[in-house]
Design a protein around this ligand. Structure first.
Ligand SMILES: C[S@@+](CC[C@H](N)C(=O)[O-])C[C@H]1O[C@@H](n2cnc3c(N)ncnc32)[C@H](O)[C@@H]1O
Length: 270
C-alpha cells in the first residue's frame, strides 16, 4: 500500500513525449488508453535509477550516454507476445506448399519476436520440404527478443501446441537446472539467421529475395500510410509467386499491393 502511494504518475506531457519517441523509433502509435501500461512497464527503470518522477527519467534517456537505455524503453514498450504454431492453419498450408517446391527455399520471419515463429517454420520445413536446401531469416526491432531467439530455450509449457512427437524430434529436454525447459535442436537453430530489422526504415540490400515471408501480428501497430509503406517494402523482398503470410486478425484489403489472396491471410506475390 505504501509503495502504491509513492508511485509517480505519468503526466500528460511525459506520456506525449513517450508516444512521440515510440512513433519515431518504431512507427508504433501508443494509444491514449495505454498510459497505465506504459507507466507500469517503465516503473522498474525509475526504481533502478532511484528516480522519483517520469520527467527525470525522460531527461536521463535523452542524454547521449544513455542511448542504450532509450533502446530499452522501446523494447519494454513493444508487445512481443507470440507462441509456437500460432495460427496453425498457416503451418498446415506451409507444409503442403513446401512439399511441392523444387530448388532451394529462403524464408523470412519479419518481426519474429523471441523465435517461436521461425522455429515453428523450421520444424515444418524439416518435416515436409521437398528440398534439404532451406534457410530462415528471423528479424525484429527488439534486441532482447532476438537474444532469446538465438538461445532457443523455452519453458516446456510453451510446447503445448506442438504436433505430437515433435518436441522429442526437434528439441532437447533440459535436465538439472534446465529441467522444465527445452532447447530447439542445434540442427534447426543453425538454419536460422537472426538480424535486427526495423520495418519502418529502408531494408538492407542484402536481406532478400525470399520465397515466403511471415509478417504476422505486427501490422496492427501501424496506421494506414505506414502500414502500406511497410507492406511495399516487405513485398519488394518476395520473388514473384512467393508467399506472404499476415496475421488472421490483420487486413491489407484496399491497399492496392501487387499480391493476390490464395487463402485467408495468405497472399501470393504477382
Ligand atoms: C506481437 S509480436 C508478433 C510475433 C510473431 N510474428 C507472431 O505472430 O507471433 C510483434 C513483434 O513486432 C516487433 N516490432 C514492432 N515494431 C517493429 C518494427 N518497427 N520493426 C520490426 N519489428 C517490430 C516487436 O518487437 C514484436 O516482437
Amino acid at each position: 500500500m505504501a509503495d502504491a502511494l509513492k508511485m509517480p504518475t505519468l503526466g500528460d506531457s511525459e506520456f506525449r513525449q513517450l508516444q512521440k519517441m515510440m512513433a519515431e523509433a518504431s512507427g508504433i502509435q501508443l494509444a491514449d488508453n495505454k498510459r497505465p501500461l506504459v507507466a507500469g512497464r517503465l516503473m522498474k527503470r525509475l526504481r533502478h535509477y532511484r528516480l522519483g518522477s517520469f520527467r527525470e527519467y525522460l531527461q536521463l534517456i535523452e542524454q547521449p550516454q544513455y542511448r542504450q537505455e532509450k533502446r530499452l524503453v522501446v523494447d519494454l514498450l513493444t508487445t512481443n507476445e507470440t507462441y509456437f504454431f500460432r495460427e496453425h492453419p498457416h503451418f498446415d498450408f506451409l507444409g503442403q506448399w513446401a512439399a511441392r517446391q523444387r530448388g532451394s527455399l529462403r524464408l523470412w520471419s519479419a518481426a519474429c519476436s523471441s523465435g517461436e515463429e521461425p522455429y515453428s517454420i523450421a520444424m515444418v520445413l524439416s518435416e515436409h520440404a521437398a528440398t534439404k536446401d532451406w534457410s530462415i531469416t528471423g528479424s525484429d526491432l527488439s534486441l532482447s527478443v532476438l537474444k532469446k531467439a538465438q538461445d532457443g530455450i523455452y519453458d516446456l509449457a510453451q510446447a503445448k501446441y506442438f504436433p505430437e512427437g515433435w518436441l522429442q524430434r526437434y528439441c532437447l529436454s533440459g535436465i538439472g537446472d534446465m529441467s522444465g525447459r527445452f532447447r530447439v535442436q542445434a540442427a534447426l537453430r543453425e538454419r536460422l539467421t537472426l538480424r535486427e530489422v526495423n520495418l519502418v526504415q529502408p531494408l538492407a540490400e542484402d536481406l532478400g529475395p525470399f520465397d515466403a515471408i511471415f509478417l504476422r501480428n505486427v501490422l496492427i501497430y501501424f496506421d494506414g500510410d505506414e502500414k502500406k509503406r511497410i507492406l511495399q517494402r516487405v513485398i519488394g523482398q518476395l520473388r514473384p509467386g512467393g508467399l506472404l503470410f499476415i496475421g488472421h486478425a490483420e487486413s491489407i484489403h484496399g491497399l492496392q499491393l501487387p499480391v493476390r489472396l490464395v487463402q485467408p491471410s495468405v497472399y501470393e506475390c504477382l
